[in-house]
Design a protein around this ligand. Structure first.
Ligand code: THG
Length: 823
């Protein structure tokens, strides 16, 4: 075997083969793929996956990865045999709630560029005659969905990769790594040592074991999923090929169906989650009869990724299946399996470089549905490009330490399994493990009747029942049933009252880092767009860009001393990015834990702070976007004069042990000014009408600052920084799209991720949406073509079964003159 390689890919399943193929097509051919089992029915999850590809997903990233995967599979063949049967996919609704949800899903599909249509029961029956149309309200049909042949597709991609120079080594197990100075130098394999520049782990269910050899934690949980094949089904006759009928999802029973010649293959998520300890997996795969095993039925016995079928778990699903497809009553299950594959805490894959070892990358927990698209994105990423599909939601580094604990991964992974086919509201919090991270204000918040949602493990009050009386005498616009979940009129009242009085917002969960050392300013100047070389005491809003000029993060940087900065971030990825670029002259420390923060905001905020602070907090003494250390009563506080809700006020940071005292002092001193605690619901509405973008929701790596309306945070003449050259090149042409603010004409409150239409053609999608309770308008941000971005432009937004007229409005709609903050 080769003694060196630029990229070592571990695992020749669909992800490994796809990445190798796309690397080769990008010209990176010094690639070695090692596989512990045989090629290409390796015995991993790709070898038993039934291959259904339903593209529609609440996540834009996942839908685009799926659409790219379809394009890739559909263009492949192996010895004249297709790798994808584009038979279409239908999701049926057996309940009115599901039918409404399918209308919403059609909207998601349209927003993400996937064509779909709703069918009535008859039309579903026409396409799948075995269905009892009386059982359903209708279906969502996506004509480009279909069935992939995973092993065949893997081999087809591998063959082309080989032709371009990629090497594959079967029966070769990775048994260790030599790690020096935080980088892997050599991979020890059963076939000998290989000097490596980069390792990509695509070992699927064996990934955690491979990671451990390198000292890298891969937070995934293998779970068993049931799949069974019926005896021949009356009336099911394929004309040619193995599948002609659209694939079918029966969401209300957590099941899916696909034709296999004259039989059905049936998958179920209805059963209890059956976890498997990654350590208990057999090291080597021993596949049975062959590559196409599942689609032919059987043949998967002996694979280490397949466990024995447990018929008792299939009794319920089988009864449901027979009800939806009465023809099944004349059939029986002839074979079945419990196939292992990976789940994660949030249901998304884990991709990219690890924090622990700089050149150890992973692409794990990837389904067949997304595998080819993931392979292309990983290849681009490994080649030093920015992936063409934004992967923020799938980045391995989104997980903080706690989210790597077996306990968390196991609990949340099992929950992801149970929810595969549930109707999940975007705000629905996990049930377990909670409470996990609490701010020092948590007891007080509970006393005040806080209704908590969860983010990144943090308990965050969404509103406070103690503010019920704030609603009296106010006319609070009410969202409909979907946008109105996890909502109370108190949200609207807290929103309005924040602009009238003073409110306390718990900002403890805002991720923050301290950057110190001789090289701190240089590092930050190199990574960000704004001028940070200002005297200590200044705060700057700035952007971190990708080399393509796409927005990697928007952050605040407070210069506390010549060589000390506090950074307000979007998430752990930002801190990882800072660390990755830091040298010995800089220290980057995550200070989120151990500190706390209260946003004291509203027109009376100064009155409250002035009573407690040991220094002058007048506008003249403490100006907008400045930082000062002061005492609030006894509590040492770092105060930043800024406000994401668009009001006069400060973020007050303190060491966590003082948190409770800080809260109590502010609450007591604020009483005469009508102070109250404000929740996340109000917070979101306030920032929306103030026009403050939320990274990840409104803009991400594909959008540059000009398109996102953030050009004011770029000082292109300050010197070199990452993304500067690309931005200047992009500026040679006017932006083709813009982030616009929409006002929904009739006041209907949207949820976000809805498609936007102009003249009946889909032209964009909404990002954040909500109600501006101060301006009295339903608002949504949306990505639209530049020619539709002028204020006054009429569009329509599709939400469930209707299209709502909306108008592009000048942004921001609240206080564009900044009179409320700079005073
Ligand atoms: N507080 C702190 N850090 C943060 C946030 C925060 N970092 C992440 C995220 N939130 C960043 N988002 C914003 C968005 C807008 C503003 C601050 C943080 C803001 N903008 C002024 C404006 O556009 O009017 C900037 C004015 C200026 O540049 O002078 O205040 O909430 N600590």
């Amino acid at each position: 075997m080769d003694s060196s390689t630029q990229v070592l890919v571990v695992g020749a399943g669909i992800v490994g083969c796809s990445t190798a193929y796309h690397l080769a097509r990008l010209g990176i051919t010094d690639v070695l793929v090692v596989e512990q089992g045989p090629l290409f029915a390796t015995g991993g999850s790709s070898s038993h996956a039934p291959g259904l590809v339903f593209q529609t997903n609440p996540s834009e990233t996942m839908s685009r990865l799926a659409a790219d995967t379809v394009r890739c599979y559909a263009g492949l063949e192996l010895d004249g045999l297709p790798c994808f049967h584009q038979v279409g996919g239908i999701e049926v609704a057996a309940t009115p709630e599901r039918w409404a949800d399918l209308q919403r899903k059609l909207g998601l599909a349209t927003a993400w560029g996937i064509r779909g249509e709703l069918l009535d029961p008859r039309q579903v029956h026409d396409r799948i005659p075995q269905i009892d149309p009386a059982r359903i309200h209708g279906g969502l049909h996506v004509p480009t969905d279909g069935v992939a042949k995973p092993v065949r597709a893997a081999e087809a991609m591998a063959r082309e990769a080989k032709r371009l120079g990629v090497r594959f080594a079967a029966g070769t197990e990775v048994i260790g790594f030599e790690v020096r100075d935080g980088r892997i130098r050599t991979a020890h394999t059963s076939g000998g040592d290989v000097a490596v520049q980069t390792v990509l782990c695509c070992a699927g269910i064996w990934g955690p074991q491979v990671g451990r050899l390198a000292g890298v934690s891969i937070p995934v949980q293998p779970l068993a999923h049931q799949y069974a094949v019926t005896s021949p089904v009356p009336g099911l006759e394929p004309a040619d090929g193995e599948v002609r009928q659209p694939i079918l999802r029966h969401q209300d029973s957590s099941m899916y169906f696909r034709q296999i010649h004259d039989r059905y293959g049936i998958g179920s998520y209805q059963h209890r989650a059956i976890p498997v300890r990654s350590d208990d997996l057999l090291p080597t795969a021993a596949p049975g009869a062959g590559a196409e095993a599942p689609s032919e039925g059987g043949g998967w016995k002996g694979m280490a990724s397949v466990q024995p079928f447990t018929p008792e778990d299939f009794a319920g699903p089988w009864a449901d299946a027979c009800e939806l497809l009465p023809a099944l009553r004349h059939t029986e299950i002839t074979e079945g399996m419990n196939g292992l594959f990976l789940f994660t805490a949030d249901g998304m894959p884990v991709l990219g470089p690890s924090n622990e070892v700089g050149n150890f990358w992973v692409a794990e927990a990837v389904w067949i549905t997304h595998a080819a698209g993931v392979g292309r994105a990983m290849a681009q990423w490994l080649a030093g490009e920015v992936p063409g599909i934004d992967l923020r939601q799938a980045d391995l580094r989104r997980f903080e330490d706690f989210a790597h604990s077996p306990s968390y991964v196991g609990e949340r992974g099992a929950q992801s399994f149970r929810e595969v086919y549930d109707i999940i509201h975007p705000q629905q919090p996990p049930e377990h493990p909670r409470p996990l991270r609490t701010s020092p204000f948590h007891d007080r918040q509970r006393e005040l009747g806080a209704v908590f949602l969860e983010a990144n493990g943090w308990e965050r009050p969404h509103w406070y029942e103690s503010n019920k009386s704030l609603v009296d005498g106010r006319d609070i616009a009410q969202p409909g049933p979907w946008a109105g979940r996890y909502w109370s009129p108190i949200v609207g009242a807290e929103h309005q009252a924040t602009r009238e009085r003073a409110a306390m917002y718990d900002m403890t969960s805002l991720p923050r880092a301290e950057v110190t050392g001789r090289g701190a300013l240089d590092l930050l100047q190199r990574l960000t767009t704004n001028q940070l070389d200002r005297p200590p005491g200044y705060v700057t809003y700035t952007l971190m860009l990708e080399p393509t000029a796409g927005i990697r993060a928007d952050i605040t940087v407070a210069r506390l001393a010549r060589d000390a900065f506090q950074i307000g971030c979007n998430g752990p990825r930002d801190i990882a990015w800072l660390r990755r670029h830091a040298d010995e002259a800089v220290q980057v420390r995550d200070i989120t834990g151990g500190t706390c923060c209260i946003g004291l905001w509203g027109p009376r905020a100064r009155d409250v702070l002035a009573k407690l602070a040991d220094r002058d907090v007048s506008h003249e003494a403490f100006r907008f976007f400045r930082a000062k250390r002061l005492f609030v009563g006894e509590v040492p506080v770092l105060a930043l004069r800024l406000s994401y809700v668009g009001e006069l006020g400060w973020e007050l940071y303190a060491s966590a042990e003082f948190g409770r005292r800080l809260w109590d002092l502010l609450a007591a001193a604020g009483a005469e000014h009508g102070i109250f605690p404000g929740g996340r619901g109000a917070f979101n509405g306030l920032r929306l009408e103030k026009g403050y973008r939320a990274w990840g929701a409104d803009m991400w790596s594909l959008h540059d600052p000009d398109e996102a309306g953030l050009a004011f945070a770029v000082k292109a003449d300050k010197g070199e920084f990452i993304g500067r050259d690309a931005l200047l090149r992009r500026r040679e042409q006017a932006p083709r799209r813009r982030l616009c603010c929409l006002r929904i004409d009739d006041g209907t409150v949207l949820m976000g991720s809805e498609p936007v239409f102009a003249d009946d053609a889909p032209v964009g999608f909404t990002t954040s949406a909500g109600y501006g309770h101060s301006v009295g308008a339903s608002l949504a941000y949306a990505w639209l073509p530049a020619e539709l971005s002028d204020p006054g432009t009429p569009v329509r937004v599709s939400y469930f079964d209707q299209r709502y007229p909306a108008t592009v409005v000048a942004d921001p709609v609240f206080d564009p003159e900044m009179t409320r903050m700079r005073c």
